[in-house]
Ligand binder design. Structure first.
Ligand code: CAA
Length: 282
């Protein structure tokens, strides 16, 4: 596999494109507007500068990485000839189904279609294509250039061969892949989100303040960020949508989202990206 197409140039998409390009793959980065693509490329350049400054890479590697990426506003043009497409569009089921239907129509028969979804069923996504055995989850973690894990999700029909190829491909990116089956929230978010939700319940019930809750988990459990800061970093809307997937899909009240989280999302307090969440980013 040499040619990779990445759909979506937001936080996850630009990180995924960055990592593939830095490891020598030719990447087509696709988004709906030139403005979104420019923003994504600027973020990649900024993160490469960060790596240059830390002497992880040199200027030549930065230039080579940027030269490996070509941008497109058309899925048909960008995905043409791709060996692998990694979709990292907004976490919305209807949108993902629409994208996969189109990918199935425009891509070669051999192309593997992966989704970076954090919780939407791979089996459901695969069902709108005529190649469910070639549809798989490739769930990267934010910030993508830094985090070692790729959670590889096998849908109901994903073949052994495709799973093996994607595991190998992830290793070529310097990542550590772990294989999991397709159930709500997979593993990462099935375990992470209840912890974040419990931290929000602790705040809601007045057990402790934001600083204290985060400090207990950072200093006591050696987490790099406390759960409330991490929720702000991920996006409170994303946390709520994943909790809803867990609650609906597993039917257990232990996954019910905290009312404070629901209120904050309704008030537009989405964390770092909106300027305010549990912390102020103004
Ligand atoms: N691109 C490239 N490099 C980056 C980067 C980026 N976007 N962000 C940070 N870095 C690098 C820094 O240059 C630095 O490099 P060195 O180790 O060489 O110094 C290193 O990462 C650490 O960064 P900082 O010193 O700036 O800050 P930090 O030590 O506070 O670390 C962090 C920042 C890596 C984000 C750390 O706080 C962390 O690991 N936080 C938890 C992240 C996490 O849990 N992610 C998973 C979220 S869940 C998810 O993504 C999935 C989902 O479905 C919701």
């Amino acid at each position: 596999m040499e040619n990779i197409a990445v759909i979506g140039s937001g936080t996850m998409g630009n990180g995924i494109a960055h990592v593939f390009a830095q490891n020598g793959f030719k990447v087509s980065l696709i988004d709906i507007s030139e403005a979104a693509l420019e923003k994504g490329m600027a973020t990649i350049a900024k993160n490469l500068d960060r790596q240059v400054k830390k002497e992880k890479i040199d200027e030549a590697k930065k230039t080579e990485t940027l030269n490996n990426i070509t941008t497109f506003t058309s899925v048909k043009e960008g995905a043409k000839g791709a060996d692998l497409v990694v979709e990292a569009a907004t976490e919305n089921t209807d949108l993902k189904l629409k994208i996969f239907k189109e990918l199935d129509e425009v891509c070669d028969e051999k192309t593997i279609l992966a989704s970076n979804t954090s919780s939407i069923s791979i089996t459901k996504i695969a069902s709108v294509t005529n190649r469910p055995e070639k549809v798989i989850g490739m769930h990267f973690m934010n910030p993508v250039p830094v985090m070692k894990l790729v959670e590889i999700i096998r849908g109901y029909s994903t073949s052994d061969e495709v799973t093996e190829r994607i595991m190998e491909m992830s290793k070529k990116l310097g990542k550590i892949p772990e294989e999991v089956n397709d159930y709500p929230g997979f593993i990462a978010n099935r375990i992470l989100m209840p912890m974040i939700n419990e931290a929000i319940f602790s705040l809601f019930e007045g057990v402790a303040g934001v600083k204290e809750i985060d400090s207990v988990m950072k200093l006591g459990m050696a987490h790099p960020m406390g759960p409330l800061q991490l929720a702000d970093f991920i996006g409170l809307d994303v946390c709520l949508s994943i909790l809803n997937v867990l609650h609906d899909g597993l039917g257990d009240p232990k996954y019910r989202p905290c009312p404070l989280l629901i209120n904050m999302v309704q008030a537009g307090k989405l964390g770092a990206k909106s300027g305010e969440g549990f912390y102020d980013y103004g």
